[in-house]
Design a protein around this ligand. Structure first.
Ligand code: FMN
Length: 198
C-alpha cells in the first residue's frame, strides 16, 4: 500500500460507491470519460452490435442508467426483441473499467420520456426530427432533412429513453501494485459483492 492507494483498493463497498460516483459524474460532467459509454445489444440476426451513446441519467438507489435515442434507430427494435444490454465504461485517468450488464426498458410518449424531453435543448431535439429515419440509405451524403425547430414538441413522438436496469457491475481497477477486479450483483434494492482474479 502506498500513500496514493485509494480507499476502495481493498474494500468492496467503497469500490461499489466509487463506481456509482463516477457514473453519476458521467451524467453531469460532459468531459468525463464515463459520459460516453459504449452500449452493446444483440442484433436481430444474433450478431453483437455496439455504439457510443451519451449517458443522460443515473439512479444509484433504483440502480438504473439512462440514454436517449430515436424510436426509428435499429437499436430500439433490437432492445424490444432482446432487452439484455451491456454498457462499457473506461476512465483512463481513474484507471477504471466498468462492464455493466443490464435489462433495458424503452420509454416513449410516457411520463419518463416527457420528463427527459423537457430537459433536452432545442438543438438536441432536431436529431429526433431527421427525415428519413436514422440509418436509411441516401443517394447523397446530405440527402436528409432536419426540419427547423419552430415547434418545440416536434420530435417527441420519435424520442425514446432507454432505461438500463443494472443487474451486474464488473469492476477492474488497474494498479502497479496489483490490479483489483470485483463483481457486484444487484437485485431487490441490494447487491452482493465478490473479488475476482484480475
Ligand atoms: C459521441 C457520440 C455520442 C452519441 N450519442 C448517442 C446517443 O446518445 N443516442 C443515440 O441513439 N446515438 C448516439 N450516437 C450515435 C450512435 O453511436 C449510433 O451511431 C447511432 O445511434 C446508430 O445506432 P444503431 O444503428 O445501432 O441504432 C452517438 C455517437 C457518438 C460518436
Amino acid at each position: 500500500m502506498t500513500d496514493e492507494t485509494p480507499a476502495f483498493y481493498n474494500d468492496l463497498d467503497a469500490a461499489y460507491a466509487e463506481a456509482w460516483r463516477l457514473l453519476d459524474d458521467g451524467v453531469t460532467n460532459a468531459k468525463a470519460p464515463f459520459h460516453l459509454p459504449a452500449v452493446a445489444t444483440i442484433g436481430r440476426g444474433g450478431d453483437p452490435r455496439v455504439r457510443t451513446v451519451v449517458l443522460r441519467a443515473s439512479d444509484r438507489a433504483a440502480a438504473w442508467l439512462q440514454f436517449h435515442t430515436d424510436r426509428r434507430s435499429p437499436k430500439v427494435a433490437e432492445i424490444e426483441a432482446e432487452p439484455r444490454l451491456a454498457l462499457h465504461f473506461y476512465d483512463r485517468a481513474a484507471k477504471l473499467q466498468l462492464r455493466v450488464r443490464a435489462r433495458a426498458q424503452v420509454h416513449g410518449e410516457d411520463a419518463v420520456a416527457r420528463a427527459a424531453w423537457d430537459k433536452t435543448r432545442a438543438f438536441s431535439r432536431v436529431c429526433y426530427r431527421i427525415d428519413p429515419a436514422p440509418g436509411t440509405p441516401v443517394a447523397a451524403p446530405d440527402g436528409y432533412a432536419e426540419p427547423a425547430p419552430e415547434d418545440p414538441d416536434v420530435g417527441f413522438e420519435t424520442f425514446r429513453v432507454v432505461r438500463a436496469h443494472v443487474r451486474e457491475i464488473e469492476w477492474l481497477y488497474l494498479a502497479g501494485q496489483g490490479h483489483r477486479r470485483a463483481l457486484f450483483q444487484l437485485g431487490d434494492g441490494a447487491y452482493t459483492a465478490s473479488w475476482l482474479t484480475p
